[in-house]
Design a protein around this ligand. Sequence first.
Ligand code: C5P
Length: 243
Amino acid sequence: MARRKQIYEGKAKILFEGPEPGTLIQYFKDDATAFNNQKRAVLEGKGVLNNRISEFIMLGLERIGVPTHFIRRLNMREQLIRHVEIIPLEVVVRNVAAGSIAKRLGLEEGSALPRSVIEFYYKNDALGDPMVAEEHITAFNWASPQEIDDMMALALRINDFLAGLFAGVGIRLVDFKVEFGRQYEGDMVRLVVADEISPDSCRLWDMESGDIMDKDRFRKDLGGVTEAYREVARRLGVLRDVE
Ligand code: C5P
């Protein structure tokens, strides 16, 4: 196999130079990290599942007119994506109180929020991804006011799509994180969904049992992490050709 140039290695993924200009190959590792890298493990098969689940979600978003970086899946662990300029923000949408918002605001885990809430976090490992306000985003020029509006509108459309998708298979979408990138086409710039959307970046609870089906199983030492991801994949029907 020809050696490929590695562009970037993150906690759960590696990016390689793609076959054509403007493309990259996104490789899904089995590594899991939490609490800003303080907790680590290798969960065999996680990368394969997240590759499939993220492909399925990105294709669904494209179908409803939300642009993404996804081009096509290449194999069990890799997908071809568009090379975009990543906006250094994590956009979190919450429907139900859990995780950091429950702690920060003293809310009961599992209580429905009065409406979907959008939060921005500055992507910076050394700082532990601090929450930031629009004021910081525009003052430090991480994104323009128009881009903030566009990200919020897209994040809500993604939330509606994902909440419906998961409800259809008996799963409650508690919250999720999404990242955006700028895709340059001549003079035009458009915002596209980047990175991945998978049980690593969502909170997913079984509607009947309340069982946790996402990365909180790893964060909270509940065990059965890949089994839960596999169940999410199975319910979404993304494993049909490999089962
Ligand atoms: O920890 P917190 O409650 O703020 O997380 C909100 C949502 O964002 C969760 O679904 C979590 O998995 C996701 N998240 C993420 N990457 C981070 C921080 C949070 O995918 N660095």
